[in-house]
Design a binder for this molecule. Sequence first.
Ligand code: HEM
Length: 144
Amino acid sequence: MRHVLFLHLLGASVWVGGHLVLLFSVLPGALRGRDVQPVRAFEQLYERVGIPALLLQIVTGVWLAGQWLPHSQWFDGSPIAHLIQAKLLLLGFTALLGVHARLALIPKLNAQRLPQLGVHIVLITLTAMAFVWVGAGFRFGGLF
Ligand code: HEM
């Protein structure tokens, strides 16, 4: 249990940290220089740790959720079930943003579309932070 939580926190650090660096360090430079290259370069480097980190979050998260509640109670109305549902909802939103970026944004990325990518990066970073907020809720028994 402790080791799985450790891995979950490690993956969370990579996922949230990487997106904060992208949002606050890489994106402003790209917008200022009207150049997509820094974003592309970062994505290429980050992908190698970011994607495994997200997969790790899913595997460890589902396992941890199973420790809190048996799967059959995940969709009940209890406060812990609501937290699990919130995690799954955020995961769905992350997947949608990922697919949209891969299929619609990245292939046609140019300087004019950079602000659009910026909105996307803000949304994925907020979603990553929301994962952490909901995660902290398990210890305190609710979302707020
Ligand atoms: C990028 C995605 C995710 C991030 C950044 C993230 C982050 C976190 C953080 C920071 C905690 C707090 C741990 C603590 O209590 O000390 C947590 C807890 C938790 N997360 Fe996630 N999480 C992610 C995805 C998921 C997913 C997909 C699930 C699956 C439903 C999940 C299930 C849980 C559970 C059950 C806990 C409570 C662990 C415990 O304290 O026993 N997480 N998460």
